[in-house]
Ligand binder design. Structure first.
Ligand code: PHE
Length: 350
């Protein structure tokens, strides 16, 4: 009977040597050690073996079973490895050590200018705040001394949402929340409120070289005891001179905004035409860059601050316009175009 064991072993060794796939190997496994397999049959035959041969036969069959199982496991690993090698060979060659021949991305010019302004204001002790793009009518208008049906609402052709909220038409929409956030530290600890909050704004504008329906502003406020227009002028001049890396020409004109009193338009001389007049400055030589003024007492009150005790200034810097000035972009539409030809010319250091 151990003769039979040897035969089964020989035939198995022959068969496994020519197995080429995992499927074939599975068939072979069933053929030998499956329920009705050849090795299994040998085990079943134990009961017919004469007693004196039982021991050596049993040992031989068990050894065969162990050997068959071991060889099948070994073969399965080997076949899997081969399959992976074949798959890899079919893939295009990819050398991770090859330097990528890709152009590096660049920041959008508005991001660059925004970050620069943030750095400058941070260095002057201002907190940088973020605010949502969808705001309430209260935040955008009422808290800013612009009641419903006030004609000042016509200055900003606003996108209203069906739920009564709106896309913020100016960053001033965050003022109320900022006052409420910092008023306790102002009142109880005497810490002045100094914050800037850049953001994307939306207005239903007809687009041309200097108007877009989506643009960026950066609002700034400072509230404390005895804040005056000279504080406002100081911070604006310092910031603009830093951004343009030279002393820049500014002018203040009276301007009307219901949330400041007095209100101003801060203009800078057009850096594209040097003041000669061009489409970007509507041929005036000046660019309206930053409306500003002293925060209206009603606005402070709405923010929980007593206007008898505290005063402050606010400004709404046109970040998009500032980026155009700084980088000499003649058409505002280039900034939103997504055109890499335009956008990848800007770097951190220019
Ligand atoms: N929010 C005003 C606008 O976008 C600008 C502004 C801000 C004016 C702060 C005065 C003070 O038109």
């Amino acid at each position: 009977m151990s003769q039979r064991t040897n035969e089964v072993r020989e035939s198995f060794l022959l068969a496994i040597a020519s197995v080429a796939t995992v499927d074939e190997l599975e068939k072979l496994r069933v053929e030998y050690i499956g329920k009705k397999g050849l090795v299994t049959d040998l085990m079943k035959a134990m009961k017919d073996i004469p007693n004196e041969e039982k021991k050596s036969f049993g040992q031989a069959v068990n050894a065969l079973k162990t050997e068959v199982e071991g060889l099948i496991t070994e073969k399965r690993e080997e076949l899997k490895k081969k399959e992976i090698e074949l798959e890899n060979a079919a893939m295009p060659e990819f050398d991770v050590s090859t330097p990528a021949d890709l152009k590096r991305g660049s920041y959008h010019p508005i991001t660059l200018v925004q970050r620069q302004c943030e750095d400058i204001f941070r260095s002057m002790g201002f907190a940088v705040e973020d605010y949502s793009e969808i705001v309430t009518d209260y935040e955008c208008f009422e808290a800013l001394n612009i009641p419903k049906d006030h004609p000042a609402r016509d200055m900003q052709d606003t996108y209203y949402l069906e739920n009564g909220q709106l896309l913020k038409s100016h960053t001033s929409a965050a003022q109320n929340a900022i006052y409420k956030k910092y008023k306790d530290a102002l009142i109880n600890e005497g810490k002045p409120i100094k914050a800037i909050f850049p953001g994307r704004c939306f207005r239903n504008e007809a687009t041309d070289a200097c108007h877009e329906n989506t643009f960026f502003q950066m609002e700034g406020v400072m509230v404390d005891k005895d804040i005056s227009i000279s504080n406002l002028i100081f911070f604006m001049k310092t910031m603009l001179s830093e951004v343009f890396r030279k002393d820049i020409k500014v002018r203040l004109r009276p301007g009307f905004f219901p949330f400041v009193e007095p209100g101003f338009e801060l203009d800078i001389s057009c850096l594209i035409c040097g003041g000669e007049g061009c489409p970007s400055c509507k041929h005036s030589g000046w660019l309206e860059l930053c409306p500003c003024g002293m925060i209206h007492p009603e606005v402070l009150k709405a923010g929980g601050i007593d206007p008898e005790e505290y005063t402050g200034f606010a400004f709404g810097l046109g970040l998009t316009r500032l980026a155009m000035m700084k980088y000499g972009v003649k058409d505002i539409r280039d900034l939103n175009s997504g055109s890499l030809k335009v956008l990848d010319q800007f770097t951190d250091d220019n």
